[in-house]
Design a protein around this ligand. Structure first.
Ligand code: ADP
Ligand code: MG
Length: 396
């Protein structure tokens, strides 16, 4: 794979696809982990005299401009970290982007607005995506892929643009491939996988493959409810989508056949809603009240998960165990993080929110073996799947 060290960038317009999809709170960046992870590539390019055009997405706007998803807070934070203001174009490939790029000098940097303000970015139609990729490619002479967390998406800025410009991998992508690569070869056993978080639909299919590689899979977060429902338990108003319980039942059968242990929460913390002042209580996993939602794993489950993690040789963890953003529902996530730091295992954390969670709860990245910026991307990578973004780099 070609890296940015192989590119002659001085005086060139370099389009950098970064992953700056960070959590916001009150219009400010709540966790800047992904922005910090993008700095080595951006500073290397500017110091080598490139004209840097940063592009990224934020959240899931519906293919048209939506001020709630503006990258403005991200540009502001990037400016603070770089020690100089970062200009944000008012559009992605429109007149503002063209004007800002034309005004760039060597060593300058500009950010484009949220890529997902354009329908073509995420379109499944090759032609739509191609048209948007053409427009992006027009802005630049070279392309650098550094948005690892989005590389499992066949999106215009991730895949199609890489086929249209001379391209190379940035430093974050190289670090991710090296760090996560340690989970694709010979793994020190027992191999314990901890799964949680909220993006169940996106991540569910990973379980089939993880069952074949992991010795134990500990399931918390929203991910637990399809499994609890599959066991016939009522889950109240906990998040659960139609059809997921049946799929979970299939995974439980598959795990029983292969001898992989799927460990589910035995207790959960429930409340009427995820609010800071919601009255909450611990209930057994098979006794969730009808009008309550499970918002964290309970203390007994947290202890059981920690006991499974302690003797592990390798741990991969994706997805918070509960709504860690609220102290009342952060106990499970804290317990798992503490167990990882107390274990001799090689520990890998994946996921934008999982990384943000450990930092918000007072842990640092250095306490773990490797902290990936990718959630879905890291899950796909460790399954040995080909990420479209990486494939494009290799193809071109
Ligand atoms: P990641 O970004 O690490 O891949 P996700 O995006 O899948 O993780 O999920 C993170 C979100 O999951 C957090 O915002 C957290 O509040 C939410 N979450 C975890 N457990 C629950 C739960 N039981 N109910 C609702 N939301 C939950
Ligand atoms: Mg997330």
């Amino acid at each position: 794979m070609k890296t940015i060290d192989d590119l002659a960038v001085a005086g060139k317009r370099v389009l950098v696809r970064a992953d700056l999809n960070v959590p916001l709170e009150g219009g400010r960046v709540a966790d800047d982990g992904r922005i910090r992870a993008s700095l080595p590539t951006l500073t290397a390019l500017t110091s080598r005299g490139a004209k840097v055009i940063v592009c990224a997405h934020l959240g899931r706007p519906k293919g048209k401009p939506d001020p709630r998803y503006s990258l403005a807070p991200v540009a502001a934070r990037l400016g603070e970290l770089l020690g100089r203001p970062v200009k944000l174009a008012a559009d992605t490939v429109g007149p503002s982007a063209h004007a800002e790029v034309a005004a760039l000098r060597r060593g300058g940097l500009v950010m484009l607005e949220n890529l997902r303000f354009n329908e073509g970015e995420t379109s499944s139609d090759e032609e739509d995506r191609g048209l948007f990729a053409d427009q992006l490619a027009e802005l630049a002479d070279e392309y650098v892929a550094d948005g690892f967390g989005a590389m499992h998406r066949k999106h215009a800025s991730v895949y199609d643009v890489a086929l249209r410009l001379p391209c190379a991998a940035g430093y974050l992508v190289l670090a991710e491939v090296a760090g996560l690569g340690r989970l694709t070869g010979d793994i020190q056993r027992p191999y314990v996988v901890v799964l949680g978080g909220a993006k169940v639909a996106d991540k569910f299919s990973a379980i089939a493959s993880l069952i074949t590689t992991a010795d134990q899979i500990l399931v918390g977060g929203t991910m637990a409810f399809p499994f609890l429902a599959a066991k016939g338990y009522k889950v109240g108003t906990s998040r659960l989508e139609a059809g997921q319980a049946d799929i979970a039942a299939g995974y439980l059968e598959q795990a029983a056949r292969t001898g992989t242990e799927i460990v589910l929460p035995s207790d959960v913390i429930v409340a009427a809603e995820p609010a800071p002042d919601s009255p909450h209580q611990v209930v057994a996993a098979d006794a969730i009240p009808e009008h309550q939602a499970g918002l964290d794993i309970g203390p007994e489950s947290a202890a059981a998960f920690a006991a499974a993690i302690r003797p592990a040789g390798t741990v991969f963890w994706n997805g918070p165990m509960g709504v860690f953003e609220l102290p009342a529902f952060a106990g499970g996530t804290t317990a798992v993080a503490r167990a990882l730091t107390g274990s001799d295992a090689f520990t890998v954390i994946g996921g934008g929110d999982t990384g943000a969670a450990i930092r918000a709860l007072g842990f640092t990245d250095a306490m773990f073996g490797y902290v990936s910026t990718g959630g879905g991307a890291s899950l796909e990578f460790i399954q040995g799947k080909t990420l479209p973004g990486l494939a494009a780099l290799e193809e071109s």
